[in-house]
Write a protein that binds this ligand. Sequence first.
Ligand code: PXP
Length: 398
Amino acid sequence: MPLHIILQSDVSATSLNITSLEKRAERLLRLLCLKRKDLSIVLMNDADMASFNKKYRNRKGPTNVLSFPARDNEAALPFVIPGNELGDILISVETAAREAEQAGKSRDERITELIIHGLLHLLGQDHERSEKEALSMWEQEQKLLNRLNQTGRNTMAHLAINVDHVATIREARGTSEPDPVLAAGICELAGASGIVVHLREDRRHIQDRDLQLLRQTVKTKLNLEMAAAKEMIAIALATKPDMITLVPEKRQELTTEGGLDVARNHKKIARAIEKMRKAGIPVSLFIDPEAKQIKAAGEVGATFVELHTGRYCDAATEDARDREFNLIAESAAAAAATGLRVNAGHGLDYRNTPRVAALETIEELSIGHAVISRAVFVGLDQAVREMLALIRPPFPER
Ligand code: PXP
């Protein structure tokens, strides 16, 4: 068990909610991608804290929090438990209670803040080194607190189904079946709130005729994925989908490989968006979850961004997946804060989707391959309904 909460002397007699504290500390470790590390949180009174403060910092009196990183000197750690130790965080519950009262917050809230502060110290940050570091540490503390306090959404994200792969099967034989137009109707009947198709330059799956028929039959919302190329812009203006999503497109790729580099293609993308704006077609930009791309998307006048979830979905280890998930969560919040509407997609399946669907700033998920693959075995209607059931709140605790 990586997290140890240790109660010193008379602290056990107080009314601390240890289970909730444990949950918050575990969630923080997860947010910081440290869930496999051992951490000891030791709750003590002022007298005990004063003696640690004297012994380790040669300072008089109690303080609110002290942290001892394992890497400094493992042998000297007061509460060391051998193994994959991150360190110890010592908190004076009495000082925390006094500070909580002064700030008008609960003691549990203050203890949580102190755990965050202690954790950042364990990760090598130190507000005493410089004003710049103090500001950056404070900002990180606020960010972590916000993430921790997010209760998750209680409205459901929309599900848009990408039917390209129905056309891929059809094109494998060059016949007329299976029909992506019929598939779109089944998805809508099952509860999807949108249909997505990618008309590629090489027409490897969806054909121009499919697009025209879909425009006539889709009752929910038709989202046309396309490159910002002259030919596609003309097709979009003639077809008038409900929205378009600009994606990078390379001929040799199996599927869309990375996000658009909006920052480097500012002019070209801004020109395409302006043409769509005049035609009343909202534009989404498929981007990697990066601050630079979000900023550029806002500058070129996009209405939506679609955050590329591919790296999260393909992550080989749990830690890497957590890191990628954090990037998506932070990017979604940042994009929404700048006024962009936020969608997400690529690689989402029946295991990795609920976590993304729980992010309250994400409006819509665009999912293709996983749903069409499952449909082979359980039928398309059932595959869409199963995905809808997964993205419906309440979500299991993250
Ligand atoms: N979003 C975009 C921009 C895409 O290019 C794709 C793949 O066509 C998807 C979402 C759907 O990805 P997947 O088929 O892996 O669910």
